[in-house]
Design a protein around this ligand. Sequence first.
Ligand code: SPD
Length: 263
Amino acid sequence: MSIWIKELYKNTELALKIKEVIHHSQSQYQTIDIVDTYDWGRVLFLDNCMMLTEKDEFFYHETIAHYPMNLVTKATKVLVLGGGDGGTLRELNKYSQIESIDLVEIDQDVIDRSQQFLPFTASGYQDPRVTVYAQDANLFLQNTSNIYDVIICDGSDPTGFAEILICQEFYKLCQSRLNNDGIFITQSGSPLQQSDELVIVQNNLKQVFTETRTIWSLIPTYPGAYWSFSIASNQAIADIAMNEEIIHNLKFWNQHLIPALKM
Ligand code: SPD
């Protein structure tokens, strides 16, 4: 008998054939499912929404981590909002220039289960530069006095408790915690299947920041496969050279992508 795990988005369904069910639980915030699949390796679902697959997560994590890092001359303080699976953290850990990475994930269970079952993404939690806050990102931003060079919003689709992640008030808080030449980046959905979400993100970012940019990346297992990330800053966003320390160690990202991914 074959068992499939499916993500239904509006009128489109993606189904992956399961080799083994690894984990199923209900946390305080959401259902957490981890399965091993025939074609995509281990896969993490939160509330039935696919977060990552072992085979293609590098497209997402390399884009959301390296694109902003290469827009700031020398980023040393980085904040990750969400990202409990650790994939973004893994990419940031590659920069020796970074002095501290704060990761704010609302759901401690996502961190714990990722460390237990997704070692390919959750490999960077032991890095001494990393501080984990298991709390709501909005509350963290309201209460912290820290200022960051790069803020990365690696959240779920903006529904339920994640709805706030595309609101102007949330972006204002992010802006208030950014250095003058700092960069904010957020995943902003599929331009093909979630264009309404992308328009809201762009409009709200433009109300808060002086400069914005939208880029795309390829994430084969996300709805539409064609995915957007939105970037914002209080200063002109200047492209700078790729960090030579990092470039040889990546699967997708390279310096030619900086102009090529602009939408
Ligand atoms: N439709 C899925 C959007 C999920 C974006 N976040 C993924 C988290 C990977 N670290």
